[in-house]
Each structure stands twice: as C-alpha cells, then as structure tokens.
Ligand binder design. Structure first.
Ligand SMILES: C[C@H](O)[C@H](O)[C@H]1CNC2=NC(N)=NC(=O)C2=N1
Length: 121
C-alpha cells in the first residue's frame, strides 16, 4: 500500500510544483496541470516520454489530449490521494514538457454554460 504524503512532505514538495503550474483538483487530493504544446506532434512526444516513465514507476496518469493540449491529473488510486509517486511523476513530466505553455486557469464561470451552444467554437 502506497502511503499518502504527510503534511511535512506536502510542505516540502508542493510549493515548488505550484510554481511550475501544478494546481490542486477541485474536491480531490490530486494535482492537475494543463500544457499547451506547439503541435500535436510535440504533445505526443511528451506523452510518449511520460508514458514510459509511468510504466517504469508503475504509476499512471489520468490524462486527456486534444490536439496540442495535454491535461494531466495525478493521484494515487491505491491510497485515494497524493503519494511520493505523484511528486516523482509530476517532476518528470515537468522535465519532459520543456518550454510548453502552461494553462493555470482551469475553470470557467458556469454562467458561460447557461445558453445552449450549437457546435462551432
Ligand atoms: C497493480 C498495480 O500496482 C496498480 O494497479 C498500480 C498501477 N498504476 C497506478 N497508478 C496510479 N496513479 N495509482 C495507483 O494506485 C496505481 N496502481
């Protein structure tokens, strides 16, 4: 069983991850980061490297890719929260992502959803 990060471990690891654009995920003990690459090809190259690291660590991301955007959530299902493996994978992903743009504003006001939208943009 993978242990949850202790308060001390959180204090020492999370602020630095916050500085690179990792955020908490609403309602979960999980880290989230959204990268925007220059192309799908660069996004895929990043995902390939991250996938190999995930296999090596036997620790896998929840992620979504749309064109050049990769939206990653890290948490440890085993202990229902953050463990040292999430910190390790987050740090590795930061190395692999290089200078890709980071989107830190994850939420849009719900008011934007009040009108039915028909396709196109
Ligand atoms: C059996 C195997 O060790 C588990 O299924 C691993 C695989 N990858 C995993 N990934 C993540 N994020 N959390 C886990 O608890 C986890 N468990």
């Amino acid at each position: 069983m993978t242990p949850l990060l202790t308060d001390d471990e959180r204090q020492s690891a999370l602020p630095a991850l916050g500085d690179t654009g990792w955020r908490g995920e609403e309602g979960r003990d999980a880290l989230r980061k959204i990268w925007k690459f220059r192309s799908f090809s660069e996004a895929w190259a990043f995902m390939s490297r991250a996938a190999l690291m995930a296999e090596k660590l036997n620790h896998h991301p929840e992620w979504r890719n749309v064109y050049n955007v990769v939206d990653v959530t890290l948490t440890t299902h085993d202990c229902h929260g953050l463990s040292a493996l999430d910190v390790k994978l987050a740090q590795a992903m930061d190395r692999f992502a290089g200078s890709a743009t980071v989107e830190t504003d994850h939420s849009a006001p719900v008011a934007c959803l009040c009108q039915v939208r028909h396709g196109k943009g």
